[in-house]
Design a protein. Structure first.
Length: 259
């Protein structure tokens, strides 16, 4: 049967078998053998994941046409294929022992998928995902890069990130207008940040939402003038700060918040 790629779902179905095999092999699964594929589509990646004897594969798919197709062509996998939106799944209930995430992520929700990963970071030891190249670069870039931003800081706080390889437009149906890339995230040893994590999120967002401004101006706009107190990073812009520097800055903001 024909599964039509749907623009509103951000679908670009991978058609190249060799790339699918390479993505499937990029998942080490050395800390957890349970794997969830997000957006199985026409099963091009699913096929190679099912060939691996070291993992137990589950799937999350929201497209009804894809679900019917996958039930027909992968009947043994069908009982582990969950119909629904990954972003709405309670992974703690469904995978209390942990789960790795893999997939050719829909372009229109790729950033949201990574925020979902962050929410369940203590249950997700590894992620292998194909996303738009610009998103992959943004996530993997170190401080000092113009692409480095909010998602970079949040993910690098809890994951070691590798940019694995670039994928050209012509191996998809329909071809996207941009290149794609595959990245791998592996959980690091940080259990909790040495600061108020909610405030950390606010500080990072406040600075990058006005990244052309100095940290002084963006933080004062968000939190007030701190009684005139100054921090050594105030004259800088946020893209030069690493995770540890943002943790220190968050501690400083907490100590100097008025009231």
């Amino acid at each position: 049967m024909n599964v039509r790629p749907k623009k509103h779902l951000g679908q670009h179905f991978l058609t190249d078998q060799s790339i699918a095999r390479r993505i499937a092999g990029s998942l080490t699964a050395d800390r957890c053998s349970t794997v969830l594929e997000v957006g199985c589509g026409t099963g091009v990646l699913t096929r190679f994941l099912l060939e691996r004897e070291d993992i137990t594969l589950y799937g999350a798919e929201v497209d009804t046409e894809s679900i019917v197709y996958l039930h027909e062509y992968f009947p043994g996998f069908a009982p582990r294929l969950m119909e629904g939106d990954f972003l709405r799944m309670n992974l703690a209930e469904q995978f209390p022992q942990g789960v790795n995430i893999i997939g050719n992520f829909p372009y229109n929700i790729s950033s949201q998928i990574f925020f979902q990963v962050l929410e369940y970071r203590d249950l997700i030891p590894e992620v292998v995902g194909m996303v738009q190249r610009e998103v992959a670069v943004r996530i993997a870039e170190p401080p000092g890069s113009k692409e480095y931003g909010i998602l970079s800081v949040f993910l690098q706080a809890f994951y070691d990130i590798e940019y694995l390889f670039t994928v050209s437009e012509g191996v998809f149906n329909p071809p996207p207008k941009v290149k794609s890339a595959v990245i791998r995230l592996r959980r690091n040893g940080v259990q909790r940040l040495d600061c108020d994590e909610r405030l950390f999120l606010k500080v990072v967002k406040a600075t990058f939402n006005q990244r052309r401004k100095t940290i002084r101006n963006s933080l004062r706009a968000a939190f007030g003038d701190f009684g005139g107190a100054e921090h050594e990073f105030f004259s800088l812009r946020p893209e030069v700060l690493g995770v540890a520097q943002f943790v220190g800055l968050t501690d400083w903001v907490q100590r100097h918040l008025r009231g």
